[in-house]
Each structure stands twice: as C-alpha cells, then as structure tokens.
Design a protein around this ligand. Structure first.
Ligand code: HEC
Length: 289
C-alpha cells in the first residue's frame, strides 16, 4: 500500500472529522497553529478545484433554473432584489451573491467575474488581469500569478457561453458592449484570489465549504424573494422538482445536493491525489534516507 497515499487519507479524515466536530460545537475553541509541513496544497490546485465546482454550479443554475424557468414564466432580472421587481438573480448576480457571502465569512477567498466587453462597466478587467485575459481568450487556458498590487495569489479561468441564455441575453441587453456573442465563446473569466501560496487540508476544506455555503445563501435569498412576491400565481411550487417539469423550483437542499452529486467525487479525488507540496518534500526526504 502506498505510504504517502495512506498518510494523506489519514490527514484528510482527521481534517474532516475535526471540522465536523467544530461545527457541532463539540470541540473547544483551541486550534493548533498550522505548521509549514501541513501546507499540503499549492494555492493554484485549490483555486482550480473550486473553479471547477463553480463551473458546474453556474451551468446548473443557468440551464436548470434560468433557462428552464423562463420557459415556465419565471423572470430573472438585474434588479431582482427591488421590492417592485418579482424576479430571480441573473447568473452573474448569482455568482456575485456567492462572492459576497464568502466575503462575510472568515475565509480569505476572493471571487470576481470580469470581461473585456462587459454589460456592467465595473466588470471590465484592468491592468495585469486585462493583459492575461487576452491570453485566456486565445487559449482558454487558466492563468495563475501573483498580483503584486494586492499581494494576492490569483487564478483566472475562462467563463464560457455554455448555454443559449448566456448568448441571447448578453447580445440583446440594452447596455451590452458586444452584440455578436456565440455559443462556446469566452465571454469573461472568473478571478479567484487567496493570500498564501499553500494550504493545509483544513484550509482547503474551509475554502470548499465557504464556496458551498455561498451557493446555499444566494439560492436561499432567491427563495426568500419569491416568498415575498405579491401575486400568488407568480410563485412556483418549491419542492424536489425542477422547472423542466413544470412551474416548480427545487428547494435549496435539492439544488445544493445536485451540485454536490456532480462535484464531490472529482473534488475528493483531487484532494486525495493532488500532486502536492508535501509529496515533493517527503519524496526528497525519503530519497535522502
Ligand atoms: C438574462 C440575462 C443574462 C443571462 C442569461 C446571462 N447573463 Fe451574464 N450578465 C448579465 C448582466 C445583466 C450582467 C451584468 C451584471 C452586473 O451588473 O454585474 C452580466 C454579467 C456577466 C459577466 C461579467 C461581465 C459583464 O458583462 O458585466 C460575464 C462574464 C457574464 N455575464 C457571462 C455570462 C455567461 C457565461 C452566462 C451563461 C452561463 C451568462 N452571462 C448568462 C445578463 C445575463
């Protein structure tokens, strides 16, 4: 049996159990300081893992909720939180909701969605990110770098026009700066930032949880908005059915559960198998012995 893999599984289980116990309030406050040797993941690995979860979440929301929901008469709007607007969040605002929920947590993870031809001028890439976005457009390859100004490790990933609603809505929008987006285009990029170059298991799981909690929070905010719609006939039935089946919306649990089913296997594999910092150090150590 592979010694390194066994050790990694052990560390991962310890981390999961300790986080579970802490969130139940079962363990006293004390958190041992993270020793350098516990920093088993390079930051780019974890930002890549979370960007992949985000792609799946975003596609599920865009196709399964916005795309299918519109056919049932659900509305989605920039001003979805206004009292007199009875609508849900657009995909970009769903993502911003996740991002602001993460910002409220104590996990120092940053998330931003930008473009070179944005609808909202404040989403236009500037400086180094604008230069690297050109590369992403050409190659669709992610870019990992250290943002000197903010002193943050940064990873940018292509945001693709994965579904017809992306293209149609952007081309037709009154504030659009480009009217010929096509399916499959790189419409923008998600920028992820973290303050250190490596993470422990516990920190990695903290990042994943912060992202997943953010998804749940913005989805719940949408359901709360619906509960305040004034006309009953505009309220879909909320349960375990999706809009593709009729005038329904999944509960937050059903939505998050679907995301988890699609992401967890891959994320866990990455946590277990990532070619990470410790392994390099240990291999060097073993070779020296
Ligand atoms: C129903 C309309 C609608 C749909 C569907 C939609 N968007 Fe957007 N998108 C917007 C609006 C409006 C904004 C600006 C939101 C804001 O104020 O930041 C935006 C923002 C963005 C941005 C940030 C840059 C900008 O344009 O401001 C990107 C990138 C983006 N969307 C890509 C996508 C992709 C990819 C999809 C499909 C997965 C998608 N959008 C689906 C309306 C839409």
């Amino acid at each position: 049996m592979n010694y390194l893999k066994t050790k990694r599984v052990f560390f991962l289980l310890v981390a999961i159990i300790s986080i579970a116990l802490q969130s139940c309030g079962g363990v006293p406050e004390e958190t041992p300081s993270t020793a350098a040797s516990d920093k088993v993941f390079a930051v780019a690995e974890i930002l890549t893992l979370i960007a992949e979860e985000n792609d799946i979440t975003r596609t599920l929301y865009t196709k399964g909720i916005v795309g299918a929901g519109k056919k049932q008469g659900l509305k989605f709007d920039e001003d979805w939180q206004d009292d007199d607007v009875e609508a849900g969040p657009l995909p970009a605002l769903f993502l911003r909701g996740i991002s602001s929920d993460i910002r409220k947590s104590d996990i120092p993870l940053g998330l931003y969605l930008g473009s070179d031809f944005p609808i909202n001028a404040s989403n236009k890439f500037q400086g180094k990110q604008a230069a690297l976005f050109k590369k992403i457009k050409a190659t669709q390859e992610p870019q990992h770098f250290f943002e000197e100004d903010q002193k943050l490790y940064t990873s940018m990933f292509a945001d693709l026009a994965v579904a017809a609603p992306c293209v149609n809505c952007h081309n037709d929008h009154e504030n659009t700066t480009k009217t010929d987006w096509k399916l499959g285009d790189v419409m923008g990029a998600t920028t992820w930032q973290y303050p250190s170059d490596s993470l422990s298991y516990k920190e990695a799981i903290g990042v994943i949880n912060a992202y997943r909690n953010g998804t749940k929070a913005i989805y719940n905010a949408y359901l709360k908005e619906i509960s305040e719609f004034k006309i009953d006939s505009t309220k879909p039935t909320i349960g375990n059915k999706w809009p593709s089946k009729g005038f329904y919306l999944p509960t937050a649990e059903t939505f998050v559960d679907s995301v988890r089913k699609l992401t967890s296997y891959k994320s866990l594999e990455k946590l277990l198998l990532a070619d990470n910092v410790t392994e390099d150090k240990e291999t060097e150590g073993l070779a020296a012995n």
